[in-house]
Design a protein around this ligand. Structure first.
Ligand SMILES: [Cu+2]
Length: 271
C-alpha cells in the first residue's frame, strides 16, 4: 500500500506550488499598502520592510526544512510500505537521532533570535522612538478604540481635545507616536499593513510609533480576543497626503464635536 507515500508527496508539491505563486499575488501573504502598484510585496511603513525581510528569511529556513521532511516522509512511506512477509523492526530510540533533531532546531532558533535583534530594537526600544510630540492617546476598551487628540493648544486633557472612535488619522511620511492604554482588559493594537502590533495593558501607558509611505485607508484591528464584541474593534486608519489636509480634518472634526455637544446640551429633557 503506497497511497500514503503518494499523498504526502502531493501535499508537499502543492505547498511548494503555493510558495512559488505567493510572490505574484500581493494579497496572498503579507498585507500591502493601499496602492498595490507601489506597495506590491512591501509593507507601507519603514519598519514594515525590515520585518518583512525577517519573514522571508524565516520562510526560507522553514521552507527548506518542510521540503526536506516531506521528501523523507514520502520516501519512507514508499520504501517501507507494508509487504507480505515483512516483519516490523522494533528498537528503543536512538540517542544520535534525538541529538540531531534537538541541536539543529536549537541552532535555527538561536540564529533567528540573534538575527532579528536589531529590528526588535528599532521597533520597541525607547532609544529608537521618534523625538516628536505624541499625536494622540489611544485607549482600548470593550469594544472600541477611543482616540483622543490634543486640540490647537497641543495639550492633552484640556477642553479643546478632539475625540474619535475607531478612526486614527495621521500624515504620510511623518514618524508618528501614540500613547496606548487599555481601560478594562488586554487588547492588542494592530495595524496589519504597517506591521505594528502592541498589547494594550490596563494600568500601562505604552508609546508606539509608526509611519506610512502612502496616503490612503488602512485597517486598525484588535488582535487580542477581548470579549464577545471583539470583532467590533475593527477600525480605520486614514493617512493624509499633507499636514494641511490633516489640519483641515482636525478642524472639521473639532467643529462637529462642538456642535454635537451644543445639540446635546440644548436637547429638551428626556430626549
Ligand atoms: Cu479588543
Amino acid at each position: 500500500m503506497r497511497y500514503w507515500s503518494v499523498f504526502f508527496g502531493v501535499v508537499g508539491l502543492a505547498c511548494v506550488a503555493c510558495f512559488a505563486y505567493a510572490p505574484f499575488d500581493p494579497e496572498w501573504w503579507l498585507p500591502a499598502g493601499p496602492d498595490p502598484k507601489v506597495s506590491h510585496l512591501h509593507s507601507a511603513s519603514s519598519i514594515g520592510k525590515e520585518i518583512d525581510a525577517l519573514y522571508v528569511i524565516i520562510l526560507w529556513i522553514t521552507g527548506v526544512v518542510f521540503i526536506g521532511t516531506q521528501v523523507a516522509l514520502a520516501w519512507a512511506a514508499w520504501k517501507f510500505a507494508d509487504a507480505p512477509g515483512r516483519v516490523a523492526v522494533y528498537f528503543h530510540g536512538s540517542q544520535r537521532l534525538e541529538l540531531i533533531w534537538t541541536i539543529i532546531p536549537a541552532i535555527a532558533l538561536v540564529f533567528i533570535t540573534v538575527y532579528q535583534f536589531g529590528t526588535w530594537a528599532s521597533v520597541k526600544f525607547k532609544s529608537s522612538q521618534p523625538n516628536v510630540a505624541p499625536l494622540a492617546e489611544v485607549t482600548g476598551r470593550q469594544f472600541q478604540w477611543v482616540i483622543r487628540y490634543p486640540g490647537p493648544d497641543k495639550k492633552l486633557r484640556t477642553a479643546d481635545d478632539v475625540y474619535t472612535v475607531n478612526d486614527l488619522h495621521f500624515v504620510k511620511g511623518q514618524k508618528t507616536l501614540i500613547h496606548l492604554q487599555a481601560k478594562d482588559v488586554l487588547h492588542s493594537f494592530f495595524l496589519p499593513q504597517l506591521r505594528v502590533k502592541q498589547d494594550a495593558v490596563p494600568g500601562l501607558k505604552i508609546p508606539v510609533w509608526f509611519d506610512a509611505d502612502q496616503a490612503g485607508h488602512y485597517d486598525l484591528a484588535c488582535a487580542e480576543l477581548c470579549g464577545w464584541g471583539h470583532y467590533k474593534m475593527r477600525g480605520n486608519v486614514f493617512v493624509h497626503e499633507t499636514q494641511a489636509e490633516f489640519d483641515d480634518w482636525m478642524k472639521t472634526t473639532a467643529r462637529e464635536q462642538a456642535r454635537d455637544q451644543v445639540a446635546v446640551a440644548d436637547a429638551p429633557e428626556g430626549k
